[in-house]
Design a protein around this ligand. Sequence first.
Ligand SMILES: C[S@@+](CC[C@H](N)C(=O)[O-])C[C@H]1O[C@@H](n2cnc3c(N)ncnc32)[C@H](O)[C@@H]1O
Length: 391
Amino acid sequence: MGGPAAPGAPGRGPFPPSMMHDEPQVARDDVIKGTDDDAIISKLYAAQSAVNLGYLDDPFVKHFVKRPSRRPPLINRGSYLRTRSLDTFTEQFIKSDITQSSTTTATAPASATTLSASTPTSTTTATTTTPAAAAGIKKQIVSLGCGSDTRYFKFKAKGLSAHKYFEIDFPESTAKKAVVIKKNKAFTDIIGDPDLKLGLGGTELYSKDYCLLSGDLRDFTESIVPKLNAQGFDTSLPTLFLSECVLIYIQPGDSDAIVNWVGTNMDASLFVVYEQINPADAFGAMMLRNLRTRQIELPGIHAYPSLKSQEERFTSRGWQAAHAVNMNKLHESLSEQEMKRISSLEIFDEVEEWQLLADHYCVAWAYQAKPRQSELHRAQLIHLLANAVTS
Ligand SMILES: C[S@@+](CC[C@H](N)C(=O)[O-])C[C@H]1O[C@@H](n2cnc3c(N)ncnc32)[C@H](O)[C@@H]1O
């Protein structure tokens, strides 16, 4: 999963006391800001390892990795699955269309979460939804706590892009990312906008379809929303919100405020969360202990510790559909052909350890469309969102 608490690194002896109670907020924030490029816990290093071995195709991630190193098979497989699952949602969202009969309801099949994103070796995409060019409706993507994620670039390079793609992170993170992007033709060519501009002391980037914004997600309504609006964010457009190992680092009151804002203000939105669950069993407790040794806390895990509570995070706030699955389920949903392909990349015999680890990570999705739309339009939007979570 490329995330914290790699198996094989069990808690060793007494761990340092949590920082959460006795250190100033700024010190805690510094630790969280480091989660994107911490070589042990980050997706970045695991993703590079998975790319080098052929699990994933991402020509952009190498520009963010200073010292690439091969990671254990377990981590490579986790990183592959994590990236592939969020890529699947992104791809299906970009391709989904509103064409439908007017009788569509809000019910998406609960078993719909399977992995169908393009494989590294394929030249065409593997999903069955409408091609992007045919999906004429404008859409937006917002990546919360984007870190060094390269999804915008990967997808646009394949001809798949949304009307607008916004990325948000702390200014320290966005400043580093902005430098890499701005100085590198591999990135600027994909953005393809001669008017690409740096802003706010080099912490932000603005272009026609890609904006990197700096700020604190805990001030979502007061500070992030005005920044989004200033860059052409449109609450009437279907919008995918991605939180890949992000909301879990934020106190539940603050992450709930984001979910509430999205649910209240967006006409049609799909929210996808990837994060840890099951903190209370032996493996979960070890996972949290290991993170504490790196002075990292996951305040969100106690508020949303199970698949059910991940779904209720949305359904209790009036979202029409929500579903959460653990990574074992996603692993099982890989096609025979894809399983064969990844199995050929390296020996993978840590099956029991894998199952334990995969039981502690989940993907949750939810969508909602507002009744203030005309009923036909609302049904069309729901069809679009349901398409994005069905393969
Ligand atoms: C574990 S990293 C994940 C990065 C990226 N989503 C990915 O999966 O590659 C968590 C990211 O969330 C960001 N983050 C955490 N809390 C945040 C906050 N309150 N405001 C803005 N960004 C935040 C961190 O700076 C970091 O880049």
